[in-house]
Design a protein around this ligand. Structure first.
Ligand SMILES: [Zn+2]
Length: 85
């Protein structure tokens, strides 16, 4: 399998560009409705080499509109143009 580096997704956003703090839902710029935010999970390795149970990680937030998933925020703050619903 070959990857074309020009087609890899890349996003850079400065702290000064981020919006307000996200909580539970976002006002969708596509349809105008409120969509519930979704978050990933993370696990940590114990000193005995076993993994912890997954816990919610709010470093990035996503939402679904129709059959697509969009990124809503990073570091607890909304991407430019998004806001809490
Ligand atoms: Zn929507």
């Amino acid at each position: 399998m070959q990857l074309d580096a020009c087609n890899l997704p890349f996003t850079a956003i400065g702290n000064s560009e981020l919006g307000g703090w996200f909580e539970k839902s976002v006002r969708c710029p596509n349809c105008g409705e409120a969509h519930t935010l979704e978050f990933g999970t993370k696990r940590t390795m114990h000193t005995d080499g076993t993994w912890s149970d997954p816990v919610t990680c709010k470093s990035t937030a996503f939402y679904r509109c129709g059959n697509k998933t969009y990124m809503a925020g990073v570091g607890g703050r909304y991407l430019p143009g998004l806001e809490e619903a």
